[in-house]
Design a protein around this ligand. Sequence first.
Ligand code: IMP
Length: 441
Amino acid sequence: MPKPSCTIVLGTQWGDEGKGKIVDLLAQNVDIVARYQGGANAGHTILLPDGRQFVLHLIPSGIFHENVTCVIGNGVVIDPVALLDEIRMVEEQGITVRGRLFISHNAHLIMPYHKMLDQAAEQRMSKDGSAVGTTGRGIGPAYEDKFARKGIRIVDLLDRESLREKLRHNIAEKNELLDKFYGASERCDVDQLIADYEIFDREIDPYITDTALLLNRAIKAGKSLLLEGAQAALLDIDFGTYPFVTSSNPTAGGACTGLGIPPMAIDRVIGVAKAYTTRVGNGPFPTELLDETGEKLREAGHEYGATTGRPRRCGWFDAVAVRYTNMINGVSSLALTKLDVLSGFPEVKLCTHYERKSDGRAIAHFTNDLRLLADIRPIYESFEGWTKESLEGAASREDLPQTTQRYLDALEREVECPLEIISVGAGREETLGVGTALMSE
Ligand code: IMP
């Protein structure tokens, strides 16, 4: 099979599906890995064969493969403090970043006032129970400024006079908001910011380029690209459970706008789904388990946020939700992760459809209408678990216990999409490539 030239890898649930591992795995066979949205709110965990584990927040998950070029696209919002820390952390491991990482000159910067506003807004909303439960990394306020045409882009760092002017305007507005509206004690100072960002500018400068040009030239030259989404489709600003979402488009369309790649250049979309469901932050979650089973999933899956350390909410796999996100993204195949976490559960459940609590009507399609979501209950198909058999050492799907295979067959049928990759552990080798088109040239 010819090597596909342009593949999107994105999350199909509420994030934390294990995209970092899948991108790292597939990156063995590509030339470029490019990140298209979000910011340091993401936490992509990667376990290297020698046992070292890393959490990447901004740098694409291809950085651990020496021949791979990594790109941070215009759709990403960049916190220079987080970025420079991460570059140092990767370099300390003996990995070359300079000359391999390229950052879009059009990417917007996260400023300290974005983080202050994010946290102040959440604090205020928590009083009436409407907080989103953000990561507090300034993501929402940075995108607000981008779309209000007030944002500071990396390219703006080049013109000190105009930067000073823009910052003066922004800071006057933000300080007023922090003071008068939020009653927060923190303030930003223009001169301090200019001084800090001059240092960032010098340090970031070698990485800055026109990444849309770089990527389109690479496509023309026949290079293979992997486009890495952060967060996930159900956190998408347009298609997620709004307003309990992030402020960007993790869905497939976001890859085009967040990188400057034409839609026709994209060959396929790999959706990543966990074998169960988790969510961190507030908002609807139809299959959430608030009982011992949910607790057991959290402990078995080490379900604590990679960015904030918050305990994740846990529940059974929701095929209604993944069917929907497969549709929105045109997912061609799924990578199912953390199947091993379900080992030891006497019973495993799969939500096939919902039922309205008010009138018992069956609902087969996901909705992001919060009122309707509040009125539904999940309907499950139940499976005998694999309590004694281990998934270890399986080389293919056929090697898995019969009970596990029955669960996978039903899941594949319900999400209406082939399972191409199945992950049964954190390591690269603990992966069953079912029809591994990307991994074989
Ligand atoms: P924000 O992206 O920090 O504004 O947070 C908005 C929502 O997205 C919150 O519910 C967060 O918990 C969630 N979120 C943001 N980034 C991630 C992630 O990488 N994994 C899972 N949830 C995330």
